[in-house]
Design a protein around this ligand. Structure first.
Ligand code: PEP
Ligand code: MN
Length: 392
């Protein structure tokens, strides 16, 4: 037997299949991924799943091109890993140090070739593939005419996906909350405008589910469910959105660390839904005095997250700056650091928008952003490919 078949080494700790984990007391976590032999039989996989369930945990079974990998979901202290590792058909039990595993690049790489992972197909659009994706539309859907005029504009500018908020998260109860807050009938009407505009222009649509109670309604009309920055920590909402099986556009909270953000993304993945599109949209600005921007875009998070996970990550320079005069610059910067696309708020007359007027650009301005960003993406990805750096 080859040496590498017999043990694996992670963070200085060695785990021998069928033997005790060495240095057990120093570890904060135990092995939590069961890797099956490439020829494992269905009944062998079934047996591992049963044993995990017997311990009161859930098993996430991923059938990859290479092999089957079983992720354990829940409190792993209850699991007897030695027993699992000794079951027929099991190649190894692998520890993962991060609090997320189902969305980790390490996990995905065991299942399929790297170039095939993290690709999300939504109708005619591919997110996380070789080409970046542009999501654009109004901050909020205000009327059918407003939405359609903006939708026509962004489509012409080259956008792939249409956005528009119906349930708006607002800091003050005294500000306008979107058409979704004007009763169920109005909410459904506004959502249907979005769906119709998407259908007419052959653009998938995305809109926010601000709470668990509207997840099913949003899922009925939208191709992608958005979870806003303020809701990043809302486990029940993440689980409900994950359960729909629809792709989830998951925004980072303005105070969340990267590990924290990815740990919450794992709640969606734990529902068997790995169609998660991440979005960096800025952190609370630091320091005294005037901030000049609404939030601070943390662009280093983009390549870091791409190394950690296989999920695509987009950048939202609209909320990230709060300023329409900075959107071109920050879009270019986002492309330079390898973002898989952008989400940009657009309006034919930004000044008249009911929400976020200061950060919306016109469809003509969007066209300039898209054309320039395509060029930046091409240059950057060519160099990365040449140097064999993961480009997506
Ligand atoms: C939005 O995209 O409509 C939005 C409200 O953004 P965020 O949740 O990032 O503030
Ligand atoms: Mn907005």
């Amino acid at each position: 037997m080859k040496k590498e078949d017999n043990y694996i080494q992670t963070s200085g700790l060695v785990y021998m299949p069928g033997k005790n984990i060495q240095d057990k007391n120093k570890r904060s976590k135990k092995a939590d991924m069961i890797i099956m032999n490439s020829g494992a039989k269905p009944e062998e996989i079934g047996r591992v799943v049963e044993e995990i369930k017997k311990s009161g945990l859930r098993a996430d079974v991923s059938q990859g091109e290479f092999r089957t990998v079983i992720g354990i979901v829940g409190d792993e202290r209850k699991v007897d890993f030695d027993h699992l590792a000794a079951l027929p058909g099991v190649k190894e039990a692998r520890p993962i140090e991060a609090p997320y595993k189902l969305i980790s690049r390490e996990f995905a790489k065991m299942l399929a070739p790297e170039e095939n992972i993290g690709i999300i197909k939504i109708k005619n659009v591919t997110i996380g593939g070789e080409e970046p994706v542009w999501i654009a539309g109004p901050c909020s859907v205000e009327s059918k005419a407003q939405l359609n005029k903006i939708a026509d504009g962004v489509k012409k500018a080259g956008a792939h996906i249409l956005r528009g908020g119906v349930f708006k998260p607002r800091s003050s109860v005294h500000s306008w909350q979107g058409l979704g807050s004007q009763g169920e009938e109005k909410a459904e009407e506004a959502l249907s405008w979005l769906k119709e505009a998407g259908k007419r222009l052959e653009m998938p649509v995305v809109t926010e589910a601000r709470g668990e109670t509207v997840v099913d309604l949003v899922a009925k009309y939208s191709d992608i469910i958005q979870i806003g920055a303020r809701n990043m920590y809302n486990q029940d909402l993440l689980q409900a959105a994950g359960k729909t099986g629809l792709p989830v556009f998951f925004k980072r909270n303005f105070g969340a660390g990267i590990e924290e953000y990815l740990s919450f993304a794992e709640y969606i993945a734990a529902e068997g839904n790995s169609k998660i599109i991440l979005c960096e949209r800025g952190m609370l600005p630091m320091g005294k005095g005037k901030a000049y921007t609404r939030y601070s875009l943390e662009l280093a998070a983009v390549p870091v997250i791409q190394k950690e996970t296989f999920l695509p990550i987009l950048v939202d320079p609209s909320h990230g700056t709060g300023r329409r005069d900075l959107i071109f610059d920050m879009s270019c910067a986002a492309m330079a650091c390898g973002a898989n696309g952008l989400m940009i708020e657009c309006h034919y007359n930004p000044a008249e928008a009911l929400v976020d007027a200061a950060q919306q650009i016109t469809p003509d301005e969007l066209k300039d952003v898209i054309e320039t960003c395509k060029k930046i993406h091409k240059v950057v990805s060519e160099v990365k490919k040449r140097n064999k750096v993961a480009v997506k």
